[in-house]
Design a protein around this ligand. Structure first.
Ligand SMILES: [Zn+2]
Length: 246
């Protein structure tokens, strides 16, 4: 059976002598493993389509246990991401997160567009990578079904506009002072931090990617999101992110 799909390369590794083993993120089918035979030969027509982050139209043939790549038509190579250390680290992290969220056989059109827009903005001059990545994290969690509640107490529903404020990973959002005593895993957060998270979550990605934010506030949000992502996706430590943000 042949399938045609629009996909990104999330992972690419050498396989056998001159093949590549790919993990693709397909708009229609989610995570797909595929072998691209002969793709590492210098003159292979598939070479550009097996590079990390590549966005292409793939024709896949279902073999006995895995898909084989029959044909590739590259739409965007995102070459700029592979030649700059910082961009490479952030793009690798974005792809790792999508890989943790993705399931086989089922695509998520919102996550697919988010990934494409994020990789595109990462290549643009003027993008503030730390702002872009925080917006990406929040939007990804929302598209994956884990949108944090950032406006009212997640436990009692009371509108919260003043500190002290808390955030609970298990409850999925803000906790008020009164409810904090009953929730075991909440930690104090500032109102400013919650306002920043609201902006990243609800503004369009292009505007978020241009926001200048104090480094300490961004760091606080990074820590919060790290815990939140780990709570929902299970054990997750990004080596790529540690390289640029720690
Ligand atoms: Zn409450």
């Amino acid at each position: 059976m042949l399938i045609n799909t629009d996909a990104f390369v999330l992972k690419s590794q050498k396989y056998r002598e001159s093949d590549s083993l790919l993990i693709l993120y397909s708009r229609q089918y989610g995570k797909v493993s595929a072998v691209a035979k002969g793709s590492r030969k210098p003159k292979s027509k598939m070479l550009a389509g097996v590079q990390p982050f590549a966005h292409a139209e793939y024709v896949l043939y279902k073999g006995k246990s895995m898909y084989n790549v029959n044909q590739v038509e590259v739409k965007h190579s995102f070459y700029a991401l592979r030649e700059d250390y910082e961009r490479l680290a952030y793009a690798s992290y974005a792809v790792e997160l999508v890989l943790s969220e993705a399931s086989e056989g089922q695509g998520n059109a919102s996550v697919f567009s988010l990934l494409g827009n994020t990789l595109t903005l990462m290549c643009c001059e003027g993008t503030i990578l730390t702002s872009l990545i925080r917006a990406f994290e929040l939007k990804l969690m929302a598209h994956a079904g884990y949108q944090p509640n950032l406006f009212s107490c997640t436990s009692c529903g009371q509108d919260v506009q003043s500190e002290p404020l808390y955030f609970s990973h298990s409850q999925g959002g803000i906790i008020c002072h009164k409810c904090n005593c009953e929730i075991g895993d909440s930690a104090p957060v500032s109102l400013n931090l919650m306002k920043l998270a609201q902006i990243y979550l609800f503004s369009d990605l292009r505007s978020a990617a241009k926001m200048t934010v104090p480094a300490s506030l961004n760091k606080q949000l990074q820590r919060l999101m790290e815990g939140y992502i780990r709570h929902h996706f299970g054990y997750f430590v990004s080596k790529s992110l540690q390289l640029v943000e720690d």
